[in-house]
Design a binder for this molecule. Sequence first.
Ligand code: FDA
Ligand code: NAD
Length: 426
Amino acid sequence: MGRAFVYVILGGGVSAGYAALEFTRRGVSRGELCIISEEPVPPYERPALSKGCLLPETPARLPSFHTCVGANEERLTPKWYKEHGIELVLGTRVKSADVKRKTLLTAAGETISYKILIIATGAQALKLEEFGVSGSNAENVCYLRDLADAERLVNVMQSCAGGNAVVIGGGYIGMECAASLVINKINVTMVFPEAHCMARLFTPKIASYYEDYYKSKGVKFIKGTVLSSFDMDSNGKVTAVNLRDGSRLPANMVVVGIGIRPNTSLFEGQLTLEKGGIKVNGRMQTSNSSVYAVGDVAAFPVKLFGETRRLEHVDSARKSARHAVSAIMEPKKTDDFDYLPFFYSRVFALSWQFYGDAAGEAVHFGDYSGSTIGAYWISKGHLVGSFLEGGSKEDYEAIANATRLKPAIKDLTELERQGLGFALTI
Ligand code: FDA
Ligand code: NAD
């Protein structure tokens, strides 16, 4: 048995939702487009899972955060897909793909064929077992990638109010979940191997600003070590976390955020891979011209830096998806993707944005004992990255604009003196 579509989007996450909206804007006909997703619900704004969804009071729940509300666009509910004649094949895992035959085989045994495929499979959370620690399946150990994980995390949090949580990992998930746990009145200890939090992006000075803020909210940090094992009770629940430095932390729950792996396995040996993802050109087209890749799984050329990058952030998922659809539906009118990397986070009352590349030497500005802090990154004599906490809409637009212009910087001391003013006046 099988069905055939002109366009198939494999994966039903952020980029799938933005691609679907773009297809309808560019005039896809009823019955031409299908989205296949392992998740039981249509595409939603994944960032809500570590923020609004975890709030103790009036938490965000579907359908409120279906795509594309994150970019202030239309909200695509199940009804919307029906009205637009888009086939949603939900709760369905694709278990193999054949790019020569242009077919996908689902776990339910259906063959779905396409003329054009968009791979939007995102990524999966790395498991502790990959670092030699067992216990990931314990009922009070939580990961956070999809809606089911978020629902589980909420239940575990509610069952240990006033208790102790250990957060493993000092990246995005660790920082955002630690803040949410504190808001839910749970005592938090964060454990990570690096010398400071958010080591992939933050300088030590930026990190210490956030760590001090977290400490003022009661969060404890144990840095430079990793966990070695869990203590379990007779029901298989974790009761404590043992660290490699010999210490033991009693725990009512554990949240793990130790990075991700892009979901490329269906295409290994069939498409060219790079940087852990599927390599695409400036049209988001893979090494097979009928197959496109977008979002976390795509390694694409970032024109501004003359380099191929794979980004794991929502803005890139949204824009790469739209770009792929534009390249598919209006190839002559579509130039190569020209993307300025944009990352952001919101925790407690804090909110930051980052544009560009955190490469080269950092120049800090702002009041590191106050509420507005920032930094520029200078590489090979040019400004290539900008970070700002606590800015206004105009401030963020200014640092984005300055970063895109990549201005030459001769005097770092003068740049430091001008601070945000440099971006505002350029
Ligand atoms: P995404 O992961 O959204 O979707 C992939 C889809 O493919 C899923 O529905 C999955 O089930 C499906 N799939 C995979 N394999 C399949 C198969 N074989 N068969 C069928 N379906 C399959 N970024 C940011 O910039 N700011 C933020 O604040 C946050 N916050 C945030 C919070 C949390 C909790 C997470 C997990 C992530 C973020 N992010 C973020 C990152 C952002 O959400 C991420 O970059 C995008 O979701 C990527 O979109 P994709 O569509 O590529 O993958
Ligand atoms: P991450 O890459 O941000 O951080 C991984 C962290 O794991 C590292 O900082 C390190 O501290 C830790 N780590 C690595 N090995 C470890 C080990 N053996 N033991 C303990 N800790 C170890 O990944 P994440 O925080 O898991 O986030 C997952 C994905 O979700 C990423 O793609 C991220 O971009 C995305 N996300 C983004 C946002 C945002 O942009 N605001 C928010 C949430 C999630």
